[in-house]
Design a protein around this ligand. Sequence first.
Ligand code: ADP
Length: 378
Amino acid sequence: MAVLKILVIDDEPGIRSGVSRILGSFHVTYPFMDEDYTFDVVEAGTGEDGIAYIEKELPDILLLDNKLPGMQGVEVLDYIRKRNYDIVVAMITSYASLDVAIRATRDGAIDFIPKPFTPQELKSSIENITKQLYLKRITHRMNQEGKKIRYQFLSVLSHELKAPLNALEGYLRMMQEKQAGDRIEDYATPIERSLQRIQGMRSLIMDLLDFTKIRLERKEEKVQEVNLRDVATDAIVTVQPYAIQMDVTVHLDSRSEAVVMADPDDMAIVFNNLVSNAVKYNKNGGRADITIDSSENEAIVIVADTGIGISKSDTENLFTEFVRIKNEKTRNITGSGLGLSIVKKVIELYHGTIKVESTPDLGSTFTIRIPKKQISIN
Ligand code: ADP
């Protein structure tokens, strides 16, 4: 239950007490709101008293009569607007002064309540105002949260790029100052580590490109029929050199035709990430099995590996940006921690789901389900 403070400025005591009585027991609720709204009404008989109240405590809503003994309603409105106070103002006016109401609307009043009004008319205006207020506040909150997330993202990203750069700088200085000897062979280890760091930065940048691509390059006209078997085959071809190096065999079992309406680039991002993880986090001599199947409405993709696995507690944050599991087994494996967060975003864009089941030391299975029918991805 949330309480909104309403200030009513009107020189007619009957109107003020009427508003207090009607709204005192009124509450507003909509299915999309997370709580009910009730109202706490305070009264002022003049514009001057109203402003004194506002200066003490900002109301959420102001019901403002225009014809007042001293300062006029539009002047009160002007006062509020100049100070940028976050108050929703509704004018209470008689039909005879509609022009005032229209001017007031231009000056920032969002509604006007014609006088005389029935309890029902007052309630429906308040209902409307509450809805607008709620939407305005929720939009503001979402913008603030979005900003915070963007800054967090940038700060982690800068850190992820700074660490390898520092390492590279260290190795180069070591060579410049000939700290390990005069021959190039004396620097085999720092050179190898530098190359690894460069490779790490490159894959981070590639992941970032995917990340921005799924956020910025949404184009409905790229959506077409995509046969997931073809995408899986491409992903396997791409990962093959790495699989050979890791001594991991990759199998594809395409049980039924799985065709979805999608941007093929998006599907490639999903398969490349899952298949390369199944190889990367595997063991020597291990297997990666990709199964493609479909039900009446969904395409189902299962990527299973016989690798190092993931503990139950680690699976919880797996799909969050920059999350990498740090333990003895992953110590020498490089990555950005972005891949699975990108995969999840893409899948959700297509109203699909992704889940993981894993047993440490035995392997992991990622299952994705994507609806086959065309959906809007914007
Ligand atoms: P990256 O591989 O770049 O670190 P991801 O977002 O693709 O980032 O994966 C996040 C983390 O999840 C990885 O660091 C790894 O610890 C774990 N992980 C992902 N896939 C697997 C897998 N198939 N088996 C075991 N662990 C995995």
